[in-house]
Design a protein around this ligand. Structure first.
Ligand SMILES: Nc1nc2c(ncn2[C@@H]2O[C@H](COP(=O)(O)OP(=O)(O)OP(=O)(O)O)[C@@H](O)[C@H]2O)c(=O)[nH]1
Ligand SMILES: [Mg+2]
Length: 459
């Protein structure tokens, strides 16, 4: 049986002429003209007409360009980075990292994330100069993010970096400290009167020019400053940062920031990467060599902080600080198995009883500083890692990895990829004590009491 056609519909058959030839020809003409116009706009004048998807991509790039900047420091000032050389060759077998790194001329990448850090920046730069690993073998890279309006972290980092590279930083910091000292009494620095005096003497000694090592002012191999905002909304105040609920979110964001910093700053000739937080008050200048000599793939020291006497019943006036360096435990694995895949266990909070051995708690102040223990999680205050880890893809998870995020997950991921992670329980670096609002009120009260007592004694 032949095919039946509905005669109302146009029939397309090459042997039967089409009905309504005029309409069809007009339509074809219109389609043709439209196609020609589109083709002209796309090819002939393509920069103006962008398909929707492409347009979005270009917008994002423009926005990101506004947020991401790379600044290189020279002895004469800071400049935005220009294009690099055309051709480079590296034999990556030569940059594996060795326990005797300085003797082997291993280049270390020193990384420091910064946010609202203007008040501790001079301290951090002193600590950087205090490093005794040959400065000409250290590339420094800072990442400045999400600072509050009016905060001068970026500007100060520029200023101090240029001064460091042209050898004038020590003088500059001394001038600044002399001005600050004039206003010290009556300010928040009063808390220092309540700290352990042995600790304070050690601080004073650490910052006394008489004890600077001979290459204290020697310029570094390079300094690069990256700026990139991530939209970090959690404040940088002590209680803001330490509430348990914000820890997971904050850690993941910090993980993201750390990954940006490593991936931008790591060069093929780096053998080691040393991470350091800005708010360390005292630390041996030889910390890089001291962590390196153990030849672990990842190595961290112990991190404690001093406490004012009114917060502790009896000496010693100090406290374990970084609880993120630990040895995994069965109860913690059991706890993790009951949590959601995306939940982040946060150490040091009652909500998560992990019963892990924390590096901080196994410190013996008279113990051997060379004793090393294997760890699973690490804190980010001071991490020395072989650069090859990052090249192989180990990073600071900005997602939940084995119920952890950021540095603790970095420790776990390093182990998963077969690397050795360790810590030095009796080798301690000291985190600055930041008085809380409550502490400041307590200090004011104690000072008033002291004054009253003085007045009664000498009316
Ligand atoms: N780039 C960047 N740096 C940050 C951000 N938040 C904190 N930092 C820096 O990261 C380091 C660690 O931050 P801290 O606020 O001390 O955080 P923490 O060490 O986890 O917490 P504490 O126990 O209070 O020391 C410091 O050098 C900060 O300046 C951020 O959002 N972006
Ligand atoms: Mg800190």
């Amino acid at each position: 049986m032949g095919q039946q056609f509905n005669s109302e519909l146009p029939v397309h058959h090459r042997f039967s002429p089409k009905k309504n030839v005029l309409i069809i020809t007009t339509k074809r003409l219109l389609v043709g003209i439209t196609a020609l116009v589109v083709l002209f706009l796309l090819v002939g004048n393509g920069s103006k007409v962008i398909p929707e998807l492409q347009a979005q991509e270009i917008d994002t790039q423009i926005i990101d360009n506004n947020l991401e900047k790379v600044y290189e420091v020279t002895k004469d000032g800071v400049a935005e980075r220009s294009a690099g050389p055309d051709f480079e060759y590296y034999d990556l077998n030569s940059f594996t990292g060795s326990a005797q790194g300085m003797k082997n001329q291993d280049v270390v990448l020193f990384l420091m994330p910064l946010r609202n850090a203007e008040h501790v920046l001079s301290m951090a730069f002193h600590n950087i100069m205090n490093l005794t690993y040959d400065h000409s073998l250290i590339d420094i890279a800072f990442l400045v993010s999400d600072c509050s309006e009016g905060d001068t972290t970026l500007e100060k980092t520029f200023e101090y970096s240029v001064a460091l590279q042209n050898g004038t930083l020590v003088d500059k910091l001394q001038r600044e400290e002399a001005i600050k000292a004039k206003y010290r009494r009556g300010s928040s620095d009063l808390y220092q009167l309540y700290m352990d005096q042995d600790y304070m003497n050690n601080v004073r000694k650490s910052y006394n020019p008489r004890y600077y090592h001979k290459d204290y002012s020697k310029p570094f191999r390079s300094i690069t400053i990256y700026r990139k905002d991530f939209g970090q909304a959690i404040g940088q105040g002590f209680s803001d940062r330490h509430a348990v609920k914000v820890q997971g979110i904050r850690r993941k964001l910090m993980g993201r920031a750390r990954n940006w910093l490593t991936t931008n700053a790591l060069k093929p000739y780096h053998s080691w990467v040393y991470w350091r937080d800005v708010d360390i008050e005292t630390c041996p200048g030889s910390v890089i060599q001291d962590l390196m000599k153990h030849d672990y793939d990842v190595m961290v020291p112990n991190v404690w902080r001093p406490l004012p006497s009114f917060l502790v019943d009896e000496p010693p006036f100090e406290q374990p600080y970084d609880l993120n360096s630990w040895i995994e435990s069965d109860p913690a694995l059991e706890l993790a198995s009951k949590l959601d895949e995306d939940d982040v266990i946060v150490e040091g909070y009652a909500e998560y009883p992990t019963w892990r051995v924390h590096l901080a708690y196994i410190r013996d102040r008279n113990g051997d500083p060379n004793e090393a223990v294997d760890l699973d999680g690490v804190g980010g205050v001071s991490i020395l890692a072989k650069a090859k880890l990052f090249r192989q893809g180990v990073h600071f998870p900005a997602f939940t990895f084995l119920n952890h995020a950021e540095t603790e997950a970095f420790g776990k991921m390093s182990k998963k990829m077969g690397f050795r992670v360790g810590g030095l329980p009796h080798y301690t670096i000291w985190h600055i004590y930041e008085p809380s609002e409550d502490d400041l009120m307590k200090i004011a009260k104690l000072e008033r009491k002291k004054r009253r007592q003085k007045q009664t004694k000498n009316p």
